[in-house]
Ligand binder design. Structure first.
Ligand SMILES: [Fe+2]
Length: 271
């Protein structure tokens, strides 16, 4: 399998909403295939698609189970439709779990049918942060899982908090930080005005572990791994791009040892 001209490595995308008709992502199989084809054309060879699991809106264990079953059924329909296609990324199913507090996280973190492939969970805290959410990081790690915090640059941090300090604490506790590729190119300027500045500040401070698309299909066009890659190369950050778009998400999907990751020029122990 070849990568497009100029694409120096295979991209592994850990965050997208391409299971049809389960959340605010794609609505049809055709839309999902169109989005997957566009990702493939930009070098994505593995895509974990991660429907929202809105745990606070699922009051019982039975309702969580029903939602997971619904997502699994729709994912299997998609798999059936793309079977044998070698012009699309390999797809896996995960979830983007909304868990604003430890009690909410506790309801899902020990379920073996929840998470990205392997031991990692992709967790978002909700856009308006209510505190530092360190309790969710601890709860996830205490369950023997690894936490990938979704699009950290897009949150609205409390006015009394320095976002970079909050992010550093999450990493020190053992979390991996995920940034959306679109933030590096100003894609969320209207919805998250600080996202572009924060994303580049994170690049400069060595805080970006994983870059992912958070692709939602045709209703949110313009998300491009290639544009982010080119923006990083223009600033001399090809090594970071390779690590955050290829190496570390690849290790997550393979469930490789994640006890040490490269950050900036250092290899550091995590959780
Ligand atoms: Fe998402």
């Amino acid at each position: 399998m070849t990568t497009p001209a100029g694409q120096p490595f295979d991209v592994v995308d850990l965050h997208s909403h391409l299971v049809p008709d389960v959340d605010d992502g794609t609505r049809t199989i055709a839309e999902s295939i169109e989005a997957l084809a566009s990702l493939f054309a930009e070098g994505v060879r593995t895509a974990v698609t991660t429907p929202h699991l809105l745990v606070p809106h699922l009051p019982t264990e039975a309702s969580i189970q029903r939602e997971l079953d619904r997502q699994r059924r729709k994912f299997e329909e998609l798999c059936h439709a793309v079977e044998g296609r070698d012009d699309l990324p390999v797809v896996h199913l995960g979830q983007e779990i909304w868990a604003p507090d430890a009690a909410t996280a506790r309801r899902v973190v020990r379920r073996t049918d929840v998470g990205l492939p392997g031991r990692c969970l992709l967790i978002e805290f909700g856009f308006e942060l209510q505190g530092n959410h360190n309790d969710v990081v601890r709860e996830t790690l205490d369950a023997g899982r690894q936490i990938v915090i979704a699009h950290v640059e897009r949150y609205y941090y409390l006015p009394s908090h320095d976002p970079i300090e909050v992010m550093q604490t999450w990493q020190e506790l053992g979390a991996l930080l995920q940034v959306n590729v679109g933030s590096l190119t100003g894609h969320y300027r209207s919805s998250s005005p600080e996202s572009e500045r924060l994303a580049w500040q994170m690049v400069a401070r060595g805080l970006v572990d994983i870059l992912a698309t958070d692709h939602h299909g045709p209703r949110r066009r313009g998300v491009s791994p290639n544009e982010a890659l080119n923006a990083l190369i223009a600033r001399g950050e090809l090594a970071l791009a390779e690590r955050a778009m290829g190496e570390i998400p690849g290790r997550v999907v393979r469930d490789d040892d994640l006890r040490h990751v490269s950050r900036g020029s250092e290899v550091v122990p995590i959780a």
